[in-house]
Ligand binder design. Structure first.
Ligand SMILES: Nc1ncnc2c1ncn2[C@@H]1O[C@H](COP(=O)(O)OP(=O)(O)OP(=O)(O)O)[C@@H](O)[C@H]1O
Ligand SMILES: [Mg+2]
Length: 695
């Protein structure tokens, strides 16, 4: 202020004597004494903490809260079924709850009743109250074994959110077997103590022979689309094709997402911590808690991959006696032991604690749920981060389905001008679907290691367009799954995976393999289309050439034989059987592309999954109508066979027209063809090749 007034040449005002603030000097606020401060200190219960910070658990807005509640209940149901070796059959029911007065339509409702029923092992009576009304209580936190839940917060937090927003308790019915009675409970959390309050408990009649049913009433908002309950259930089925999900929507629809894989995933084993994964503090605690009397026994017994021989060696290198009492190893001695462990070569942890989805099941899930022309799946070998074993799996579904691809090609009848870019799917960005221990992650995409690895992959190398720092463009769904005994989530709401170098590297390697296969498919298909179009042109002229020759010879030529010979020649000159194979015309698999499926208008090739016949009367909610590899599939294939005949005849009929011949002439001379696949995102080189008419 003073500076600007000087600039304008105004005289500076005389400095005002500073007047002391009477309030401050007259009555200074007495400082708080340590005693008073001490009196204010109070313990904070975990429930009080999470009531205030419910956003940390995924309850920040009503839409997300509804999803989180469904997710926690479904994840628990699937975990319980798999642990008990039962093929999960889960029913999710969303109802609009009337808040005094008639219930509003689902889109305007603000209160919902969520009921999730499973056919799992059930829960013993005494455990029901703490499981559903005590935070940080569960069976999965202390073990090293892959499961969807890990923290022991999920379902009790959902119940607490319901209690907070609607005041209603959680209702549970559970039965452990046909001969045991079903128990009904109504519980709430005492947030001050983080202890369950039982409002009601009784034995009831329940039609299910075994399983658990949870009902929670919550404030929420139901809206379809991205990150909705519907999307979560659909994505769950992709990574869990062994699950049958029945979804009763708040709009009164019944959707059945059928089981497409009939094997319960192999039950993962529980493992001990690997020495490389522990920190010094943890080692100190383990030394105090161990039941072993000797140090070498502790090392061999409490860690994985440490044999008694290796344990003795570690003790010797650290300058400690193998017979030392573990509890006496403290301070600098413990630190020496820790350093020795970290510098000793120890085998990577066992991986039977993991249950990856597997290439077959990923293919099955993608193929059933997403329309496309090319599918592939990759399971990486196990790797380790901070001593925790993990496996990365990736999958890819490319294209919009063969019907759409055909339409797209037909649309291209008008060739593009020089320099003109094909529009449409060039601008559509790929969709990334992320999973951790088979659970879809729907929020915080950009904070997730998976998303970052997709961005860091150079998709241009595989014939897909990609702007700098963006997702690849095109009709493509990228699937990535991390299976681990401990998934490093960035927060308690389990929405994004933290970016450890080892994890990033593994995701990148899996994506590159998928990309390589996609690139091979696109290149081959482009080449095959071009050869096919040349073959069609030859075929067009064969009729005329044969007729003319016959006329010249006075009608004495063996017409049929000549025609056959010319057709053979055309076949040979246009890639032969290979072209048919790539275009899916001769029934052989996609050679050189392991764990892949190719869908063409003429059929499906590769590792086509079997559909399990479900005795269901309801139509599958989201099946994409692809044929399968079983009897039903054979019928579908037959259908495809007859359908195949029709377009070909039609094409032939079209082929005799003038426009067709003119176009054919253009192609034969090597100019732009209308057969170029629209989805192929050809690179500049392949575009030029297509223009020259070479394959
Ligand atoms: N439907 C169910 N059937 C059988 N057991 C269940 C069921 N739901 C929950 N449980 C048991 O209750 C425990 C607590 O569940 P909760 O969802 O609170 O935690 P979690 O699944 O262990 O971990 P997270 O907080 O990561 O979900 C589980 O560990 C499981 O043992
Ligand atoms: Mg859980």
């Amino acid at each position: 202020m003073a500076k600007s007034s000087r600039k304008k040449g105004r005289p500076e005002p005389a400095a005002q004597p500073a007047t002391p603030k009477p309030a401050v000097s007259a009555a200074p606020k007495p400082p708080v004494s340590a005693v008073e401060m001490g009196a204010r200190q109070r313990e904070i219960s975990v429930s009080e903490f999470f009531t205030k910070n419910r956003h940390l658990l995924g309850f920040d807005n009503p839409r997300k809260a509804l999803l989180t509640c469904v997710k926690e209940a479904v994840d628990n149901a699937l975990d319980a079924c798999e642990e008990a070796g039962i093929l999960p059959d889960v029913v999710v029911k969303l109802e609009v709850a009337a808040n005094g007065g008639p219930p509003p339509p689902a889109s305007q409702a603000s209160r919902f009743r969520i009921t999730v029923t499973d056919n799992g092992p059930g829960i013993v009576r005494q455990q029901i109250p703490p499981i559903f009304a005590k935070l940080l209580y569960g069976s999965k936190f202390h073990r090293l074994r892959m499961s969807r839940g890990q923290q022991g917060i999920g379902i009790s937090a959902a119940g607490m959110y319901g209690q907070l927003t609607t005041g209603k308790p959680v209702q549970i019915i559970s039965r452990t077997g046909a001969r045991s009675p079903a128990h009904f409970f109504e519980v709430q959390i005492d947030t001050k103590k983080n202890e369950p309050l039982i409002l009601e408990k009784k034995q009831i009649e329940w039609e299910a022979p075994r399983g658990t049913q949870v009902t929670i009433e919550v404030e929420g908002r139901y809206q379809k689309g991205r990150a909705s309950v519907d999307e979560y259930l659909e994505q769950t089925i992709i990574a869990n094709p062994h699950v049958k999900l029945t979804y009763l929507t708040p709009e009164g629809e019944t959707k059945v997402l059928p089981r497409t894989y009939d094997q319960v995933p192999e039950s993962p084993r529980e493992i001990k911590p690997h020495p490389y994964g522990i920190e010094l503090g943890m080692l100190l605690k383990m030394l105090q808690d161990t039941k072993s009397h000797w140090l070498s026994g502790f090392l061999a017994g409490d860690f994985s991959r440490v044999s008694p021989h290796l344990a003795e060696e570690i003790c010797k290198t650290a300058g400690l006696s193998p017979r030392a009492r573990p509890r006496d190893v403290l301070g600098q001695t413990a630190e020496n032991l820790y350093k020795t462990i970290q510098s000793t070569k120890i085998m990577a942890p066992p991986t039977n604690c993991l249950s990856p989805i597997g290439e077959q099941a990923i293919l099955s899930g993608l193929y059933q749920q997403i329309k496309g022309e090319f599918y592939t799946a990759v399971s990486r070998p196990p790797a380790v981060y901070r001593g925790n074993p993990f496996v990365i799996e990736a999958g890819l579904a490319y294209g919009r389905g063969p019907e759409q691809a055909q339409e797209d090609q037909q649309k291209q009848a008008v060739p593009l001008a020089e320099g003109e870019e094909a529009d449409g799917n060039e601008h559509e960005l790929a969709r990334v679907i992320r999973y951790a221990n088979r659970v879809p992650l729907l929020y915080q995409q950009s904070a997730c290691a998976i998303f970052k690895a997709v961005l860091d992959t150079t998709w241009r190398n595989y014939g897909v367009t990609q702007s700098r720092g963006a997702l690849p463009a095109g009709p493509m769904v990228i699937f990535v799954h991390m299976a681990s005994v401990w998934v490093p989530f960035t927060s308690e709401s389990k929405e994004a995976i933290a970016e450890y170098d080892e994890i990033h590297k593994e995701i990148t390697l899996a994506l590159r393999e998928c990309g390589r296969r996609l690139g091979a498919f696109l290149r081959r298909r482009e080449r095959a289309y071009s050869e096919q179009s040349r073959r069609d042109i030859f075929a067009l002229y064969i009729e005329e050439v044969v007729e003319s020759c016959n006329r010249l010879k006075g009608g004495r030529l063996p017409v049929a034989k000549l025609k056959e010979q010319l057709h053979k020649m055309a076949l040979k000159r246009t890639g032969g059987e290979k072209t048919d194979q790539v275009l899916g015309k001769n029934g052989s698999g996609p050679e050189g592309l392991p764990h892949s499926i190719i869908v063409t208008p003429d059929g499906v090739e590769g590792e086509v999954p079997k559909i399990i016949a479900e005795p269901s009367t309801t139509v599958a909610a989201n099946g994409n109508g692809h044929p399968a590899a079983d009897d039903k599939g054979a019928e579908a294939a037959k259908g495809a066979e007859s359908a195949k005949a029709a377009p070909r005849t039609e094409a032939k009929a079209r082929g005799h027209g003038k426009a067709r011949r003119e176009h054919a002439g253009r192609v034969a001379q090597g100019r732009k063809t209308d057969r170029r696949p629209r989805c192929a995102h050809p690179t500049a080189r392949s575009k030029a090749r297509a223009r020259r008419g070479k394959g």
